[in-house]
Design a protein around this ligand. Sequence first.
Ligand code: CA
Ligand code: CA
Ligand code: ZN
Ligand code: ZN
Length: 573
Amino acid sequence: MLAASVLRLTLLLCWLAALQPTQPERLFHSRDRSDLEPSPLSRAKPIADLHAAQRFLSRYGWSEVPSVWGTSPQGSAEAPVGSTLAQAMRRFQRANSLPASGKLDSPTLAAMNRPRCGVPDTRLPPQSALSTPPAPIIPYSPRPRSRPKRFLQMLLPKAGGQHEDATDTGTSRAFSKKTLTWRLVGEAYSSQLSVDEQRYIFRLAFRMWSEVTPLDFREDLTAPGATVDIKLGFGRGRHLGCPRVFDGSGQEFAHAWRLGDIHFDDDEHFTPLSSDTGISLLKVAVHEIGHVLGLPHTYRVGSIMQPNYIPQDPVFELDWSDRKAIQRLYGSCEGSFDTAFDWIHKEKNQYGEVRVRFNTYFFRNSWYWLYENRNNRTRYGDPLQILTGWHGIPPQNIDAFVHVWSRGRDERYFFKGNQYWRYDSEKDQAYMEDEQGRGYPKLISEGFPGVPSSLDTAFYERRQQLIYFFKESLVFAFDVNRNQVLNSYPKKMTQVFPAIMPQNHPFRNIDSAYYSYAHNSIFFFKGNVYWKVVSDKDRRQSSRLPFNGLFPKKSISEKWFDVCDVHMSTLNM
Ligand SMILES: [Ca+2]
Ligand SMILES: [Ca+2]
Ligand SMILES: [Zn+2]
Ligand SMILES: [Zn+2]
């Protein structure tokens, strides 16, 4: 009896202990993953025979009669036969660099079974038998009989949200606004990565496109769903009420609707940034966003818009062709700069020889870009905040930068308002005080007597050992050795730097005067245009050119590429 009640008590205690959430975390994490999933992982059926290959060619736009999105397995009734099939096969083989036999051999099957995006590859000519959708890159049924209404809204280009692009055979569409909103749909998170991880990856993917276009992307968690421009979600098989059914793990990993939504097949093994296994969610997201923005597939090596997933190191960039393609739709980035300069530094190589190197920087508001002259683009991942890259100088709206650089001197100065800061390039921070123990920042009027405050810009002329300071329409030439403005100055900018073509001159208030070591020339920036100053080399080639003359203005974006703003919310990624 006693033994029985002890046992009962023990059982009760055990039961109570089990009820108490002593280690719920451990329990949760030790669970099998299948516990967390509504159904076991399903696998895509491999393409193994002619019938399946025919469906593949139709589904991805290679046959003459495009498959309708979400078609039933009986869709093969529409599929082409005989020579048409062989033609489609040959097209597919050629695009995949395979011998164009038109026959279903094993390399062709292997190519068809590679993981790929669900957006069809080719734009086929409209079929009179079918009502062709207005955006043929993503074929869909114009009369989806049984589909809920919201799909129609999702599929159809949004009214007023796009414009026709004349350069691209008139079929291309792009968003007409500059700031687009996006959201990872609440009921459609991936079961594989944390929600924060998913949102971070998408934010980064959008940022990569904004780094090379005038577009801005903003995550919007509050607006009504219908007003969000791009909605992203994960699903398996039949998902999110989408007419296009996912196929299980393998083959199709995602699809996108132009000017609309992006779906990811959650049966795929999506992996975060640091992983080198599975399918990089970042890479897939960048690709699908490309579709939403209006880019079709290309088979060009290196492009993010290739239809197949190509495993690479986790760090990747948008290829030159991707950047040019998106800029054909949305234009290139325009904008004025506060200042631009080359940062000279000396480097010793392995033999102890000193080499002079330089980096080009563009400053705008509180951001800066490093410009890669060799690649003719900004560094991947820029802009960055001035605050994080430059220490001890004002974090925004720098007026000017000057590097006084001669045999005995090596001094770098930033100017803002009536003050200036000296920058210690060794310590990578602004000096707190000078050799005499006087603190920075200092007044421009003290350090550079005769030079006005609130400068427009300045640059150092190394051979003459002069700093040219610019304010409004005036130029002040400052002798750094005698520490004074030359007697004959200030002068009119038009006098010191005469226009070659009459009236083609900034006249006053230039943003930046920039000596470029990459071009061995001085450039004046104002707004989104520049004037190049006649160099010695120019005068050797054409002696009639005036000394320091200004060539006619040109657009900055034609010479310096991809200096693009990103949305504030993605500035610190
Ligand atoms: Ca799949
Ligand atoms: Ca300036
Ligand atoms: Zn794609
Ligand atoms: Zn879908």
